[in-house]
Design a protein around this ligand. Structure first.
Ligand SMILES: Cc1cc2nc3c(=O)[nH]c(=O)nc-3n(C[C@H](O)[C@H](O)[C@H](O)COP(=O)(O)O)c2cc1C
Length: 81
């Protein structure tokens, strides 16, 4: 695994930690990767020497209800060895 791969793993762990902490504070989050990058760079004043990989929107959930979700069974996506 090269250093770039570690960076991506670290990034995923950091994003998840932020989302979990926000949830523990009663906030809701959504991880976003699709947006107009140039417009966002201008809007948030992100300089060209900074790379950004994603965005996490944070806010108060409109409802406590969790929408129905279609999930694969754990056995389909995880193999314990
Ligand atoms: C790296 C990453 C980028 C994402 N980008 C978007 C996005 O641009 N737009 C979007 O609607 N959902 C995006 N998602 C998906 C949502 O954040 C969320 O995971 C998805 O809606 C499933 O939500 P749920 O777990 O509550 O069902 C992204 C997820 C990840 C992990």
């Amino acid at each position: 695994m090269d250093s770039q791969s570690y960076a991506l793993g670290d990034l995923g762990a950091a994003v998840l930690s932020i989302c979990l902490e926000a949830t523990s504070l009663g906030l809701g989050t959504c991880i976003l990767g699709l947006y107009e990058r140039e417009r966002l760079r201008e809007l948030l004043d992100i300089s060209r020497d900074k790379h950004f990989a994603g965005l996490i929107s944070v806010g108060y959930p409109a409802s406590d209800k969790i929408r129905p979700k279609i999930r694969k069974q754990m056995e389909e996506i995880v193999r314990f060895i």
